[in-house]
Ligand binder design. Structure first.
Ligand code: ZN
Length: 413
């Protein structure tokens, strides 16, 4: 018996390539992959196919991806409450809660996610459970625990010195330390390696883009990951530390607020993926510094990075840098209802609506190395029927009752 076939007909098809929409289109799916994409008149209605007719005016498009999330975190907006949660929950409890967050994000049209660090590396287990079909959720690429120098961005002080935590992150020092760190995460099952090469926001007044990892440490982590066929994602802030991160081999740079011509050129030359995480920075301004527990220096940093990020986005767009959509959901942002807003912010920052959709679909999936993100024969049938036209009103992507989600050709209900 041949695999089951599904035919979806829609008034408008956005295929993720950036080409103008195809009208009166159809996508034929066999099993979990796309078999054909074209005009309804050319595809016809093959015998035995289940036929889904999208409502009038609806759009069929690839499933979206969010390439910067933290499923281990709840999106709680106060720093002290965030730390309390981290101390109170066991790793299994964090993983079980993350399963709910992953499912909520899938239902909002995000068929793929990249998880950018979890205590105990527990999102690796969630991703595997989803792959085995035990848990409903998007396709997840996970890094396990992020690698950071001792006392660095992901190994910050602030707990009482009697408090001892295990495996929240993985501090490493020296090139050999970072090689070992990468190998540990790979042994655990990581899909890529996360490093923290720029210092944390506002750690040292006025030195917002101080380099935390040495060039040799960055290179060692990247060489090791690349030897295993994996990408390296780097938490960065800007300046010399960002430039060093790019030229020493990182494949994706996160945040990357403060840039200049030399940095933009390096990104374009090296084919570095740029994940501006616009939403998390904007989200900070939904709350007062007191509400979120931001120090005066952190507040200055947030304001400065808010200004700088728009300039960086514009320069990157003009230089043809690969721009991705990632929110930092889990950190001040709940999982599911707000992920779409990164696409809206990319448009606010100067991308055309089509370019922003391409960022969240084709470019994001290119970064992830997942065979999806375009409606093209041979690719995974991860798709959305959107009741409306996102090119006219991008906000329709954030309305759950307007979305029908397909993952691997199966409708998510
Ligand atoms: Zn993050």
């Amino acid at each position: 018996m041949s695999a089951t076939r599904l035919l979806i007909e829609a008034d408008r098809i956005i295929d993720g390539s950036g080409a103008p929409p195809l009208h009166h289109g159809a996508v034929l799916v066999e099993g979990e992959r796309i078999l054909a994409v074209g005009r309804q008149a050319d595809i016809g209605r093959p015998d035995g196919a289940r036929i889904v007719t999208a409502p009038p005016g609806a759009t069929l498009m690839p499933g979206m991806a969010d390439v910067h999330v933290h499923l281990a975190y709840s999106g709680i907006t106060n720093k002290r409450a965030f730390r309390a949660e981290l101390a109170e929950l066991s790793f299994p409890a964090i993983a079980l809660r993350a399963a709910r967050y992953a499912r909520d994000t899938l239902h909002m049209g995000f068929t793929s996610l990249r998880d950018m660090h979890a205590p105990g590396g527990v999102i690796i287990d969630l991703a595997a459970s989803i792959t085995r079909g035990e848990t409903e959720g998007p396709r997840i690429k996970a890094c396990g625990r992020g690698l950071s120098v001792t006392g660095g961005h992901m190994d910050q002080p602030g707990w009482g010195d009697h408090a001892e935590f295990r495996d929240l992150t993985q501090p490493c020092d020296g090139p050999d330390g970072f090689r070992t760190g990468a190998r540990r995460e790979i042994k655990r099952g990581a899909d890529f390696i996360k490093i923290n090469s720029s210092c944390s926001a506002a750690r040292i007044p006025g030195r917002w883009d101080r380099q935390e990892m040495t060039d040799a440490e960055i290179r060692a982590a990247c060489d090791e990951a690349h030897a295993w066929g994996m990408k390296v994602a780097a938490h960065t802030s800007g300046g010399d530390s960002l430039h060093a991160t790019i030229v020493n081999g990182a494949d994706t740079v996160e945040h990357a607020h403060f840039t200049d011509e030399r940095i933009i050129e390096a990104m374009a030359k090296h084919g570095t993926f740029y994940v501006p995480t616009l939403l998390v920075n904007e989200r900070n301004f939904d709350f007062t510094p007191e509400e979120q527990g931001a120090s005066p220096e952190a507040w200055r940093w947030l304001n400065a990075s808010r200004k700088a990020k728009w300039r960086t986005l514009e320069a990157a767009r003009k230089a043809g840098v690969k721009i991705c959509a990632g929110t930092d959901a889990g950190y001040m942002i709940p999982h599911g209802p707000m992920n779409w807003r990164e696409i809206q912010l990319l448009v606010q920052g100067g991308l055309s609506t089509m370019q922003a959709i391409v960022a969240a679909t084709a470019t994001n999936h290119e970064l992830l190395g997942i065979d999806a993100g375009r409606l093209q024969p041979g690719l995974l049938a991860d798709m959305l029927i959107v009741a409306g036209d996102p090119l006219e009103d991008i906000a329709v992507l954030g309305m759950r009752d307007r979305l029908t989600v397909f993952k691997g050709g199966a409708e998510i209900t």
